[in-house]
Design a protein. Sequence first.
Length: 135
Amino acid sequence: MAISNNLIRNAIVSTVDPTKMTATVIFLDKDNIISGPLQITGRGGKTVKDFWLPEPGDYVTCLMNPNNVTSLNQGCILGTYFNNQNPVPNGAEKGKRILDFGDGTRIEYDKKTHTLSINCVGLIKINGKEIHLND
């Protein structure tokens, strides 16, 4: 059985729909064909959820339905990837987890030094039944 060369595709996000967790993408190597709504793979499920959407212009890798070789409208977005147009965040290295929001807000954890750094350009709200600092 031959595997379609359209199974794994790189594309650029065109539009997103946060209510349906879908996005349309542009396939540059397919004469800029725009896909139908593709599901965005997430983490979590029924009760635990991790919500994230790519933004228009983000470079993404898509997994397309192998049973639909005539259309690029059935599949899902696996995630974004880094390249020259979308470089890795400053300070990225092994043992670090970085969440950079692009507006100056950044959360970084360094596993080697056990340091959590939070830089927020706006308001920080912390809510809880009890909050203990340095107990």
